[in-house]
Ligand binder design. Structure first.
Ligand SMILES: [Mn+2]
Length: 376
C-alpha cells in the first residue's frame, strides 16, 4: 500500500438543461452525458483504482430512466474500478433516488446517509463520507468514526466549506478538516474548481463541475486525476468539458457598423481560442466609446455571431462619445453648463477631476431627462 490512483469528479448535474438554448437545449443536455462518458473513459485509460463522485451526479432524482440506464451502463463498463458515490443536495439518497429505485452496478459503493466508510483492503484504502438524505443538510459536518492509520484515508463528501455553521448544505469547517485524519477530502457542491490545498495534514479540493451549464460557470472545466498516499497527494487537473462558457469584453471604439463589429468579435475569438472558438458559448460585452452616428444593432450582431459560433449573446455597454468642446460653444443653458464644468475640470486636482467629470456626464444626461432619481 503505497498509493492509490483516483479520479475525483462531482456536480455533473446530468439531466439539467440550459433553457436559454431553446430548441438546442435537449442536445446540449446530452452533451453533459457525453462528458460523463469521457470521465469513465479517462478513468479506464489511466487505470484509475477508485472513482470518487462527490454528489450531484444527477440534476435531480426525477431524471429520465434512459439517462439513468446509460449512467449505470457506463459504471458497469469499468468493473475493475471501484466507484464511490456520496449523494448531493440535488440527488439526495431518498426513496426516489435512482440508486434506491434501481439495481446499482456491483462496482458502485453508495455511501449511507449516516457516517460510514467503505474499506478496500486490496488497495489499503478506506473511503469515508456520508450522503445527503434530503435536499438540505443543516448544521456542521462532524464525524463520529475514527480513521485507521494503517489505511490511506479518503473522504468523499458534498458540502459547503465555510467557517460559520449557518449553511443549509453541510458546513465543512477547517477545524473539521484539521481533525479528520484524512489524507484527502474529495469535495463536491461548489462548481468552481479550487486548487489542491492542505489544512493540517489533510489535502482537499473542489474539483468543480466538469461541464459548465450557464454563464455563472465560466472557463475550463474537468476533473482531478492522480495518486493519494499516506500524507501526500499528487493530483492534476484534466480538462474534459465539451464546450466552455466564456465572457469577453471587447472594445469597439471608433467602429461604425454592426457588420464590422461582428467581424472584429469573430476575429478576436478566433485568435484567442484558435482550436475551438466555434464550439463555445459566449457572452460578449461591447465596450468603448462610439459616435452619435453609429447605430449598434445587437440583434444583428447576435445573428451574425450565432452563425459563426455555437452560441453568443451580446450586451452593449458602449458609451456615447460626446464632443464637449462643441457643446460648450452652444449659446444655451447646456452650453454654459458644459463650458463652466470644463473650466473647473481643467483647474482641479486629479482626484477632484474624476468627480467633476462624473458630474459633467450626469449633468448632460439630466438635460436629456435620462437621470434616474437614485442615480449617483
Ligand atoms: Mn451541484
Amino acid at each position: 500500500m503505497n498509493s492509490v490512483k483516483i479520479l475525483h469528479t462531482a456536480d455533473l448535474h446530468i439531466g439539467a438543461a440550459e433553457s436559454f438554448l431553446g430548441a438546442r437545449a435537449e442536445s446540449r443536455q446530452v452533451e453533459t452525458l457525453i462528458t460523463f462518458e469521457k470521465i469513465i473513459n479517462t478513468a479506464r485509460e489511466n487505470s484509475v483504482q477508485i472513482l470518487l463522485i462527490s454528489g450531484d451526479l444527477f440534476n435531480s432524482n426525477d431524471v429520465s430512466k434512459a439517462l439513468i440506464d446509460r449512467v449505470f451502463e457506463c459504471f458497469s463498463s469499468i468493473p475493475d474500478i471501484k466507484i464511490v458515490y456520496a449523494a448531493g443536495n440535488h440527488d439526495p439518497l431518498s426513496l426516489d433516488s435512482p440508486f434506491k429505485k434501481y439495481k446499482t452496478p456491483e462496482n458502485v459503493f453508495v455511501l449511507e446517509t449516516k457516517d460510514c466508510f467503505v474499506e478496500f483492503s486490496d488497495l489499503g484504502t478506506r473511503v469515508y463520507g456520508k450522503s445527503f438524505k434530503e435536499v438540505y443538510m443543516q448544521g456542521v459536518a462532524r464525524f463520529s468514526l475514527d480513521t485507521d492509520p494503517n489505511f490511506i484515508n479518503i473522504m468523499c463528501i458534498h458540502g459547503e466549506l465555510r467557517s460559520d455553521l449557518g449553511s443549509d448544505y453541510n458546513s465543512i469547517t477547517s477545524e473539521f478538516i484539521q481533525n479528520s485524519g484524512m489524507d484527502y477530502i474529495a469535495l463536491g457542491h461548489i462548481h468552481k474548481r479550487t486548487d489542491i490545498s492542505k489544512i493540517g495534514n489533510t489535502f482537499l479540493s473542489y474539483c468543480g463541475c466538469p461541464e459548465g451549464q450557464g454563464f455563472d460557470e465560466l472557463g475550463e472545466k474537468g476533473v482531478y486525476l492522480g495518486t493519494v498516499s499516506k500524507g501526500d497527494c499528487n493530483l492534476q487537473f484534466v480538462p474534459l468539458a465539451k464546450r466552455l462558457h466564456l465572457c469577453e469584453s471587447i472594445d469597439i471604439s471608433g467602429v461604425n457598423s454592426s457588420a464590422e463589429i461582428s467581424d472584429i468579435i469573430i476575429n478576436y475569438l478566433k485568435q484567442k481560442y484558435p482550436d475551438n472558438y466555434a464550439e463555445n458559448l459566449y457572452k460578449i460585452i461591447l465596450t468603448g466609446e462610439i459616435s452619435e452616428e453609429t447605430v449598434i444593432s445587437t440583434p444583428e450582431i447576435c445573428s451574425r455571431l450565432n452563425s459563426a459560433v455555437y452560441f453568443a449573446k451580446v450586451k452593449n455597454q458602449t458609451q456615447l462619445k460626446i464632443d464637449f468642446e462643441l457643446i460648450s460653444r452652444e449659446k444655451t443653458l447646456k452650453g454654459i453648463f458644459v463650458k463652466n464644468m470644463l473650466a473647473r475640470i481643467d483647474s482641479a486636482e486629479a482626484q477632484e477631476k474624476q468627480k467633476l467629470k462624473a458630474a459633467l456626464d450626469l449633468g448632460l444626461k439630466a438635460f436629456s431627462g435620462e437621470v434616474a432619481y437614485d442615480e449617483t
